[in-house]
Ligand binder design. Structure first.
Ligand SMILES: Nc1nc2c(ncn2[C@@H]2O[C@H](COP(=O)(O)OP(=O)(O)OP(=O)(O)O)[C@@H](O)[C@H]2O)c(=O)[nH]1
Ligand SMILES: [Mg+2]
Length: 201
């Protein structure tokens, strides 16, 4: 996070993380098409069958806190396994993570593996306390497990969860709202207070 008290500006990074074809890009595409506030252009790096090869990036402006202009940079990681080093690089400096899990029963091992990889990545940057929101995507598919069952498998940590059908936009903005709220609570409010104290002392 960058907080500039002179310009009254905050810059944040949110990363959509998760296994291959879980729907990370679909989330960001939906936001780019339907977000009503100010937004930039979605930059996509599309490879074979639409799979991400480096990252996607969408900048949006969100009224997060009074008196500050908050610019939020939404990134997705490439989910194909061999892009692990790229996922690590994209994760650097993130203020919050949306973990997009694929709800289908057969994808639980993959979800677990990527969640552990995410923890490993955050740990390597000393950021293990980064806020995380779990999105259980593809709830429309016949093989999808109900959110409560997925919680038992993936979420003993009790991160906030959102069931979703990203392809139809279901759950997409709710997920974004939850991760931004968590970032405001954990990072922005303390940082704004600190900046205020620095000014008055
Ligand atoms: N049925 C269904 N399909 C979905 C849903 N969300 C995404 N998809 C489809 O799943 C496929 C992969 O979606 P992407 O958003 O490209 O997945 P990704 O996580 O960005 O994949 P990588 O970039 O390879 O990591 C696409 O064909 C999407 O249309 C959903 O909620 N339900
Ligand atoms: Mg993608």
């Amino acid at each position: 996070m960058v907080l500039d008290p002179e310009k009254r500006e905050i810059r944040l990074k949110v990363v959509y993380y998760g296994p291959v074809v879980s729907g990370k890009t679909t989330n960001v595409v939906f936001i780019s098409q339907h977000y009503p506030g100010p937004k930039g252009i979605l930059a996509r790096s599309e490879g074979l069958r639409g799979m991400t090869v480096v990252f996607d990036l969408l900048p949006i402006e969100v009224p997060l806190i009074k008196g500050y202009r908050a610019r939020v940079f939404l990134y997705t990681v490439p989910g194909q396994y061999f892009f692990k080093p790229i996922r690590r690089i994209v994760l650097r400096g993130t203020d919050g993570v949306v973990f997009v899990a694929d709800s289908q029963a057969g994808r639980m091992e993959d979800n677990k593996r990527y969640l552990l990889e995410l923890f490993e990545g955050l740990k390597s940057f000393g950021r293990i306390r980064t806020p995380i929101v779990m999105q259980y995507n593809k709830q429309d598919l016949p093989e999808a497990l109900p959110p409560k069952e997925i919680d038992q498998i993936l979420n003993p940590y009790r991160f906030p969860t959102v069931p979703a059908v990203a392809i139809r936009g279901r759950g997409v903005f709710r997920t974004l709202e939850l991760i931004l709220k968590a970032i405001v609570r954990v990072q922005i409010i303390p940082a704004v207070r600190k900046a205020g104290r620095a000014k008055t002392s």
